[in-house]
Design a protein around this ligand. Structure first.
Ligand code: ADP
Ligand code: GLC
Length: 467
């Protein structure tokens, strides 16, 4: 099948979080199954970076650059960058009306690119609010069109809501009339709601989240539109790209290991502790956390639980995160007061993220909601035990360990508060101290298989059902 992916992030070109990894992993896995996958994203100011050659293309009023694949790369989708011209800015998102302009342009470019390539997509697969207007324009283009549209919701907490005068400023004239009336309410336009109304099928990134977002607690105001989709809203769990996240080959690691050479994991733990100034030997439980600092992620709950955890347990924390500045300064405060127990790195650092997943004993994902979550799956691969809240994809990937039967791959807690988090973490710390239980738990974690190869047939079935 011919598939055009439309998105704001694609790894390694543009990444702020799991969206980039998820779209890239899916696209690569589809290519590996023999499909012709092309990807369209904006050309941000930092692209293409040194040593990369671009090939110019023109389609209608849009200009594109195709990234020339480097020799020796594994088979990969062809990537096209949309020129943003006056809307270029020094970051992936501008968080102002220019984002509306950029992503309206992305949607209309998605309909024009195929002609320039003399290629017709069977499926236009759009991701998140940034691409959600492409199904709207596609529907408006007419009933005879052959291309079917899929909209994947990676996070309904981000909907792309703007004062509706952005349409006059940036949109082709036919767009406003094509948007469902309820996505144009109160002087605003809601990109994601418009896409949910227009796409042939809507997917989200885990079965549990697909059920949760039909309720007011998780639907973020879209629950009516999501319920109206009935069986045309489906949840498909994300996979992991084990070519990128693999302790046996990870290029970000100085040494490599697998389930039979865990002594090497301990060497990495020492290296991480030394680098961050933590005092941790083999018997100290190190909890590594890599996260956006946003209310979704529940790191404020950790901040509430930390004083007690530092007083009453031996837990030692390596936190890498960026986002909310108040939370960042709270975490930096703990690190200043107890530098041997808490390290906080404020920023975005891909290499350190890999080292933290590889070197830690545990990771903590206390999310209030989590559409899928990738970090808990990355951690499993490196024998790092996830402590997670039972929500969304976390609930679909992590099962609470039972030392009596040796089943389960992590610690799962229910309540989104400091007490719940503390219970989940202390339970895992008890297992860590249990010399018989811990190796069995680590073995379960490393044996789990969340590869994209298992998930991609679900997308293939879905695409076929549309054609
Ligand atoms: P989300 O997309 O909601 O942030 P996911 O768990 O799906 O959550 O994906 C997060 C991705 O972003 C992971 O690849 C994680 O390693 C990465 N990430 C998050 N914060 C940082 C950071 N500060 N530095 C490096 N990588 C980060
Ligand atoms: C979003 C979600 C996260 C998910 C990722 C990839 O960023 O917050 O849960 O894993 O998208 O689908």
């Amino acid at each position: 099948m011919n598939v055009l992916m439309v998105c704001s992030e694609f790894a390694p070109w543009a990444k702020t979080g799991g969206l980039a990894d998820a779209v890239t992993g899916l696209a690569n896995a589809l290519v590996a199954r023999g499909h012709d996958v092309r990807v369209l994203l904006p050309r941000y100011a930092h692209l293409p970076g040194p040593g990369v050659t671009l090939r110019r293309l023109r389609a209608g009023q849009h200009r594109f650059d195709e990234i020339e694949p480097a020799a020796g790369d594994r088979p990969a989708p062809r990537v096209y960058l949309l020129e943003l011209d006056e809307l270029t800015a020094n970051s992936i998102y501008t968080a102002d009306a220019r984002d509306a302009g950029r992503f309206i342009r992305l949607a209309s470019a998605a309909l024009e690119l195929p002609a320039a390539l003399h290629w017709r997509p069977d499926i236009l697969h759009c991701h998140d609010w940034h691409a959600a207007l492409a199904p709207v324009l596609s529907r408006a283009a007419g009933a005879t069109r052959r291309t079917r549209t899929v909209l994947t919701l990676h996070n309904v907490g981000y909907q792309g809501v703007f004062a509706d005068d952005v349409l006059e400023q940036y949109a082709p004239p036919q767009l406003r009339a094509a948007i469902a009336p309820d996505a144009l309410a109160g002087g605003d336009v809601n990109f994601l709601r418009a896409g949910v109304r227009a796409a042939d099928i809507v997917t989200t990134v885990s079965p549990t989240y697909a059920a949760e977002i039909r309720t007011p607690q998780f639907g973020m105001g879209l629950e009516d539109a999501l319920n109206a989709r009935g069986a045309t809203l489906v949840g498909i769990l994300n996979g992991v790209d084990y070519d990128v996240w693999d302790p046996r080959t990870d290029p970000f690691l100085a040494t490599h290991f697998d389930a039979t050479s865990l002594a090497t994991k301990l060497e990495l733990k020492s290296a991480l502790a030394a680098r961050l100034g933590l005092q941790a030997d083999a018997t100290t439980p190190v909890i590594g956390i890599v996260t956006r600092l946003a209310p979704q992620k529940g790191i404020d709950l950790l901040a509430m639980a930390l004083p007690e955890l530092l007083r009453e347990t031996r837990a030692t924390f390596a936190v890498l995160g960026s986002g909310d500045t108040v939370l960042a300064s709270t975490l930096a405060g703990f690190a200043r007061e107890q530098p041997a127990r808490v390290a906080f790195t404020d920023g975005y650092d891909e290499a350190l993220a890999h080292l933290i997943f590889a070197a830690s004993d545990l990771t903590l994902v206390p999310s209030r909601y989590e559409p899928c979550g990738l970090t808990q799956m990355y951690a499993l691969r490196y024998g790092t035990i996830p402590v997670v809240r039972a929500t969304g994809g976390l609930a679909d990937t992590i099962t609470h360990f039972d030392p009596a039967t040796s089943t389960g791959n992590g610690s799962v807690f229910r309540d989104a508060d400091a007490g719940g988090l503390s219970w989940g973490l202390r339970t895992a710390l008890d297992w860590f101290d249990d010399r018989a239980a811990w190796p069995r738990l680590v073995a379960n974690a490393m044996a789990a298989d969340f590869s994209w190869g298992n998930q991609v047939p679900h997308y293939e079935d879905l695409y076929r059902s549309l054609l």
